[in-house]
Write a protein that binds this ligand. Structure first.
Ligand code: 16G
Ligand code: ZN
Length: 500
């Protein structure tokens, strides 16, 4: 570690004057042209984190569902998880340090976090298909190498694939092989095993239309298809050959506009789904015989999966957390089986090591009928990405469950009916004046806001409304639901006026 070399290289990745960025809900995210210094510095930070944890650390270059001009970066911790909160603070500090202070801040972090600088470091890097991603991941590599870290650049990967690689590398091969082929093999084997038992092999379950948001999911799904094609045939739309990333397509577009993506031909009652730009979110939908569009979001995905697991297990309590995968993921880890999904389609199911061992043991021992259930569960464990929510893995789980249970997409949709709801975003001078508690369902500040919301909510039937500052954009999010669409719209509108 040579301070002069760091200074020299840092100057080649200089921070624009006065630019201040925050490590937000899912890392740094902004216009790509403002991120070069952040990438270089996250390369530096990944080396420190790797030395401190004595493990491989991941760096993913992506801005998920944001427009193509944006980019972003997040660090992945040893078990494939999101970066620990105390290191998010270090990341923000380092990203915002003035040029002359970069070395000093690095040394401060090393001291605070008791990093042994003699320790070796290994970093793995992945990126999405944005035009800026290749160059920006090169800046990450500059940061890693200038501090003497070793690295492996996976090139194009979905975000959950990078989480998977990190987890594999730190569990000495027990979780799987840290290659894309290893990932395809592991998931596809579980999928094919699981669906073998589905006797209703009607054509209905054989094909699925997938909108890939013109992102990296298209490349990876296409590569993977031969591995599972005996069980499922996927037809890809918005595969990046024509359209622009996330533009009028993808999970975020479909969820927030409640309409089909451009470029997808939907016939009535066909099962369709959308990934987002880095393939860590998925939502399903179909159009009915009257041509009406029906969205099946993360909540309903969670319901399908938990009702499936419930038949094999017992009781399912429900908990809420703050917005953001990192919060949900940690909550889910407290249980033997933790199912988590955000309505926007990000989620997975986590199994504790103890539960996994027990199930895999029982799959060998039990007598016939119970053994089948245990084997099924064992395959489900292998099919879910245990490191992060994963559109490809979730898609295969959902397809397997629908086939096994003989459920049509309409029957799945009919598990429950959503109340009419509306989400709005409100621009305010400073969104941080709003603080919340109770998993972001109650506003604590500014004074009087929660009381105002309570009064508005009382005016409508079956109503609720929440406000919270966004963790990814400079806006306040307003959510309202009520007995009719008109009421939900009007409540959302009234609440957004109260936010000013
Ligand atoms: C990010 C998060 C997602 C969260 C969303 C909220 C990850 C991988 N993604 O996309 O979990 O729902 O931000 O954004 O952590 P918001 O605060 O702007 O609504
Ligand atoms: Zn994403």
């Amino acid at each position: 570690m040579d301070p002069e070399a760091v200074r020299k290289y840092s100057a080649l990745h200089a921070k624009p004057d006065g630019l201040v960025l925050q490590y937000g809900t899912a890392g740094f995210r902004t216009k790509a042209e403002r991120l070069d210094h952040v990438m270089f510095r996250m390369g530096l930070l990944a080396v420190l984190r790797s030395k401190q944890t004595k493990s491989t650390i991941g760096v993913m270059v992506t801005a998920s569902h944001n427009p193509e001009e944006d980019n972003g970066v997040k660090l992945v911790d040893p078990l494939g998880e999101m970066l620990a909160p105390s290191w998010e603070e270090h990341a923000t500090c380092l990203a915002n340090a003035e040029e002359r202070d970069v070395w000093r801040v690095l040394m401060d972090i090393s001291e605070k976090a008791a990093v042994n600088l003699q320790q070796e470091a290994f970093v793995v890097i992945g990126r999405d298909t944005r035009p800026s991603s290749e160059r920006l991941s090169q800046s990450v590599i500059d940061g890693v190498t200038v501090l003497g870290g070793q690295f492996h650049d996976y090139g194009l990967l979905t975000t959950p694939q990078l989480h998977y690689m990190v987890y594999c590398r730190n569990s000495s091969g027990r979780y799987g092989e840290a290659t894309v082929d290893g990932y395809y093999q592991k998931l596809s084997t579980a999928f094919v095993e699981l669906t073998k038992q589905a006797f209703c092999g009607g054509n209905e379950y054989r094909s699925l239309k997938v909108d890939c948001a013109n992102g990296v999911g298209a490349l990876k799904l296409r590569e993977m298809e031969p591995y599972f094609s005996q069980g499922l045939s996927v037809q890809l739309f918005n595969d990046g050959t024509k359209g622009k990333l996330n533009h009028l397509c993808g999970a975020d577009f479909v969820k927030s506009h409640q309409r089909p993506p451009q470029g997808m031909e939907m016939k009535s009652s066909e099962r369709c789904c959308s990934f987002d730009g880095d393939a860590d979110r998925i939502v399903y939908y179909y159009s009915d015989t009257d041509g009406h569009f029906h969205l099946i979001d993360g909540d309903k995905i969670a319901t399908l999966i938990s009702s499936f697991l419930k038949e094999l297990l017992v009781e399912v309590p429900v908990y809420c957390t703050k917005t953001g995968v990192k919060h949900l993921h940690h909550k889910a880890q407290e249980f033997d089986v933790g199912v988590y999904f955000e309505a926007n389609g990000h989620g997975t199911v986590l199994f504790s090591k103890a539960a996994e061992m027990k199930i895999k043991q029982l799959a060998k021992e039990l007598e016939d009928k119970k053994r089948k259930a245990a084997q099924m569960l064992a395959n489900v464990i292998d099919l879910f990405n245990q490191a992060a929510g994963d559109a490809i893995s979730d898609m295969l789980v959902i397809e397997a469950i629908l086939a096994l249970k003989g459920l049509t997409v309409q029957e799945w949709d009919a598990l429950y009916t959503d109340l009419p709801n509306r989400q709005l975003k409100v621009k305010v001078a400073d969104r941080q004046v709003i603080s919340t508690t109770d998993a972001e369902r109650q506003a604590v500040t500014p004074p009087g806001l929660q009381e105002a919301i309570n009064d508005l909510v009382k005016k409508y039937k079956l109503s609720r409304a929440f406000v919270r500052p966004s963790g990814t954009e400079d806006v306040v999010r307003v959510y309202a639901e009520a007995d009719s669409q008109e009421s939900a719209d009007s409540l959302a509108h009234e609440v957004s006026l109260a936010v000013f």
